[in-house]
Design a protein around this ligand. Structure first.
Ligand code: FES
Length: 82
Protein backbone atom coordinates (compact mmCIF):
# COMPACT_ATOMS: atom_id res chain seq x y z
CA UNK A 1 0.00 0.00 0.00
CA UNK A 2 1.34 3.42 -0.95
CA UNK A 3 1.45 5.68 2.13
CA UNK A 4 3.19 8.73 0.68
CA UNK A 5 2.23 9.39 -2.91
CA UNK A 6 4.63 12.34 -3.28
CA UNK A 7 7.70 10.24 -2.47
CA UNK A 8 6.22 6.87 -3.52
CA UNK A 9 6.75 5.25 -0.11
CA UNK A 10 4.81 2.11 0.80
CA UNK A 11 4.02 0.69 4.23
CA UNK A 12 6.53 -2.05 3.44
CA UNK A 13 9.25 0.58 2.83
CA UNK A 14 8.45 2.14 6.22
CA UNK A 15 8.68 -1.19 8.03
CA UNK A 16 11.92 -2.11 6.28
CA UNK A 17 13.46 1.25 7.19
CA UNK A 18 12.41 0.90 10.84
CA UNK A 19 13.79 -2.65 11.02
CA UNK A 20 17.05 -1.53 9.43
CA UNK A 21 17.48 1.47 11.75
CA UNK A 22 16.66 -0.54 14.89
CA UNK A 23 19.08 -3.31 13.89
CA UNK A 24 21.81 -0.75 13.11
CA UNK A 25 21.35 1.17 16.39
CA UNK A 26 19.13 -0.20 19.16
CA UNK A 27 19.10 3.21 20.92
CA UNK A 28 18.10 5.40 18.01
CA UNK A 29 14.90 7.42 18.16
CA UNK A 30 13.04 6.79 14.93
CA UNK A 31 11.15 9.70 13.40
CA UNK A 32 9.35 10.19 10.09
CA UNK A 33 12.21 12.44 8.96
CA UNK A 34 14.75 9.72 9.64
CA UNK A 35 12.69 7.26 7.63
CA UNK A 36 12.54 9.65 4.68
CA UNK A 37 16.30 10.16 4.86
CA UNK A 38 16.95 6.42 5.19
CA UNK A 39 14.91 5.86 2.04
CA UNK A 40 16.66 8.70 0.21
CA UNK A 41 13.37 10.58 -0.23
CA UNK A 42 11.96 13.99 0.67
CA UNK A 43 8.41 14.76 1.79
CA UNK A 44 6.58 17.39 -0.23
CA UNK A 45 2.98 18.15 0.76
CA UNK A 46 2.82 16.51 4.22
CA UNK A 47 -0.71 15.20 3.63
CA UNK A 48 0.38 11.65 4.45
CA UNK A 49 1.80 12.30 7.92
CA UNK A 50 -1.10 10.79 9.91
CA UNK A 51 -1.12 7.59 7.88
CA UNK A 52 2.69 7.57 7.85
CA UNK A 53 2.85 7.75 11.66
CA UNK A 54 0.07 5.15 12.00
CA UNK A 55 2.11 2.75 9.87
CA UNK A 56 5.20 3.53 11.96
CA UNK A 57 3.29 2.82 15.19
CA UNK A 58 2.19 -0.58 13.90
CA UNK A 59 5.84 -1.71 13.88
CA UNK A 60 6.91 -3.47 17.10
CA UNK A 61 10.46 -2.10 16.75
CA UNK A 62 9.42 1.55 16.88
CA UNK A 63 9.29 1.80 20.68
CA UNK A 64 11.72 3.95 22.60
CA UNK A 65 14.36 1.77 24.26
CA UNK A 66 13.74 1.32 28.00
CA UNK A 67 17.05 3.03 28.83
CA UNK A 68 15.88 6.22 27.12
CA UNK A 69 12.45 6.45 28.73
CA UNK A 70 11.75 9.00 31.46
CA UNK A 71 15.07 10.83 30.94
CA UNK A 72 13.59 14.21 31.89
CA UNK A 73 12.08 12.89 35.13
CA UNK A 74 15.25 10.98 36.01
CA UNK A 75 17.38 14.07 35.36
CA UNK A 76 15.09 16.17 37.57
CA UNK A 77 15.31 13.61 40.38
CA UNK A 78 19.10 13.49 40.07
CA UNK A 79 19.40 17.27 40.58
CA UNK A 80 17.02 17.54 43.53
CA UNK A 81 19.03 17.78 46.78
CA UNK A 82 18.05 15.31 49.47
S1 FES B 1 1.81 12.46 0.33
FE1 FES B 1 3.56 12.32 1.61
S2 FES B 1 4.53 14.23 1.40
FE2 FES B 1 2.84 14.34 0.04
Amino acid sequence: MIVCSCAHISDRDIHQAIDWMRDADPYTLITPGKIYRALGKTPECGACIRLFVDKMRSNDKLGVPAELRDLRRRARLATVPE
